[in-house]
Ligand binder design. Structure first.
Ligand code: 13P
Length: 281
């Protein structure tokens, strides 16, 4: 059932847990995400990362939205449609018009006041269409650069978070507390104390990026300390690629592209259902 992301975040907040938001590229990944959610009876969010469209020619916002909407119609669990990291106002509005119920404006590399002003501009425009806005304060860097996850200068400051949310009017806030995007070279250590301080200083649902590879016990802690949306990409993409390689290796010239969907979807669903055990709905 297609459901506004804002409503799903409220469900997560009420249940003191986090919904998991998975990045996807195509029908196989979206289908598997929606079916896995139905299997475990929990809400889920499907996310489009704009650069996968603009840089690699995967699904555009209209096509992505159409796939999520039609697949969500086939299940009873809430399914959200979200635009991940974007700093292009026009692209964000394109996604809004395509039916995304939540869009992320990422101004995390900008000076604070500029991040606030730009987020506010996006929020004013998106809110007029009833669409929610996620913003980022502090900066979640890249796991390939180990220092990104331990650089305290990039972490979110609790007192600034309250001001940021009030002035930008964003609906959800991505926080930098020790995670990073991509494959970790060193095990991350989430700053749970900082997270609980941010949570105490703000009302908005908090979002944890860089979800692949964070140990489960740390995630359990994060989810009861204010994280209501948890983003996962790298692990899911890697598995999809592994499926492709394995299918070729197992079947050689005897394989065919039609059969590939039937091969990979159960593997993807198996991974997704296990991951969703972290969500305590
Ligand atoms: P990973 O690719 O590291 O799992 O992070 C995903 C993410 O944060 C998308 O916004």
């Amino acid at each position: 059932m297609l459901t506004p992301v804002k409503d799903i975040l409220k469900m997560a907040s009420d249940a003191n847990t986090s919904v998991i938001a998975f990045n996807s590229l195509d029908y196989n990944m979206i289908y598997s995400t929606v079916q896995a959610a139905e299997k475990v009876g929990k809400p889920v969010i499907c996310m489009l990362y704009p650069e996968h469209h603009t840089g690699f020619n995967w699904a555009n916002p209209e096509g992505f939205a159409a796939m999520v909407k039609s697949l969500a119609d086939e299940v009873s669990v809430p399914v959200g449609l979200h635009l991940d990291h974007c700093s292009d106002f026009n692209y964000i509005m394109r996604a809004v018009k395509a039916g995304f119920s939540c869009v992320m404006y990422d101004g995390s590399m900008l000076p604070l006041e500029e991040n606030i002003a730009n987020t506010r501009k996006v929020a004013d425009a998106a809110h007029a269409f009833g669409v929610a806005v996620e913003a980022e304060l502090g900066h979640v860097g890249f796991a390939a650069t180990v220092s990104d996850q331990s650089n305290l200068d990039m972490y979110t400051q609790p007192d600034v978070a309250a001001k940021f949310i009030e002035e930008s009017t964003c609906d959800a806030l991505a926080v930098a507390i020790g995670s990073a995007h991509g494959v970790y070279k060193e095990t991350p250590h989430l700053d749970i104390k900082r997270l609980s301080e941010i949570n105490a200083a703000t009302e908005a649902p908090l979002v944890l990026h860089g979800g692949s590879g964070i140990p489960d016990d740390q995630l359990d802690q994060a989810f009861v300390n204010g994280i209501n949306k948890f983003n996962v990409g790298t692990e899911f993409f890697q598995l999809y690629y592994d499926c492709l390689k394995d299918y070729g290796q197992i079947n050689g010239d005897g394989g065919n592209i039609f059969d590939y969907a039937n091969y990979c979807q159960p593997r993807l669903i198996d991974y997704l259902t296990k991951k969703m055990e972290l969500s305590k709905f």
